[in-house]
Write a protein that binds this ligand. Structure first.
Ligand SMILES: *Cc1c(COP(=O)(O)O)cnc(C)c1O
Length: 228
């Protein structure tokens, strides 16, 4: 992808984010665009950084580790968002590299992140299985309060919000009830951040109250099949 193509994609997504904020009567600053760069090369992240993007999302802990190591010196102020499911054995990479972890749903992972984190607390969002899908990661909605209390008791972690990954649907509108439910749960827990919405449905998510949207394909194009 050329610099011009990437700039055009960012401008188009930015315009859609701004329009969704306007429709919902929300300030543009209330929503952070997390550019999901998983499986794309570090060079493309660097290019997006030069275009002004600061928040990037990665799914795989070791890919995050490698990009963090490669870009740390050349992209000062870049914030890494770890957005994928995590095993305790890989928690050390997220603890070291991430600004925010969006997919917390296991106490053993939370404990390991807490043990490994140094410096500022790791901002964490609990992933909620909003649509009660059997195949999906995430804590069941009725278990969120108890899990939140456990996370809040750990040092070096700061519970800031909830994440939802509703089903892939034909029409984004179909996910509006899930987004609204997650936003309501976030408010009820007194949390500030609500991470929801991807390329297919980020505008509906913003209308429902998302504060972090995770957009990959609309910015970087289709992901290569092989890991970059
Ligand atoms: C890949 C991924 C995204 C981005 O999806 P796109 O459809 O490419 O925008 C967002 N969130 C999570 C958890 C992902 O794994």
């Amino acid at each position: 992808m050329t610099r011009d193509e990437l700039a055009a994609n960012f401008a188009a997504v930015e315009a859609r984010v701004a329009a969704a904020c306007a429709r919902a009567g929300r300030a543009r600053e209330a929503v952070t665009l997390v550019a999901v760069s998983k499986k794309h090369p570090a060079d493309l992240v660097h290019l997006a950084f030069e275009l002004g993007q600061r928040d990037f999302g990665e799914n795989y802990a070791q890919e995050l580790r490698d990009k963090h190591a490669g870009l740390g010196a050349v992209c000062p102020g870049l914030r890494w968002h770890a957005i994928g499911p995590l095993q305790p054995g890989n928690a050390k990479y997220v603890a070291k590299a991430a600004h925010t972890f969006h997919a917390l749903d296991r106490l053993d992972v939370a404990q390991e992140l807490s043990r490994r984190r140094t410096g500022l607390p790791l901002r964490c969002l609990i992933e909620v299985n909003v649509a009660l899908e059997d195949s999906k990661a995430g804590v069941a909605p009725e278990a969120v309060d108890a899990f939140a209390a456990q996370v809040r008791s750990l040092p070096n972690l700061e519970l800031v919000g909830l994440t939802g990954m509703p089903p892939l649907v034909e029409l984004a509108e179909q996910n509006r009830p899930h987004f609204e439910a997650l936003a309501a749960l976030t408010r009820r827990l007194g949390l500030a951040q609500c991470s929801m919405g991807t390329t297919g449905d980020f505008e509906v998510a913003i209308e429902a109250g998302a504060t972090l949207v995770r957009v990959g394909t609309a910015l970087f194009g289709e992901r290569p099949v092989k890991s970059a």
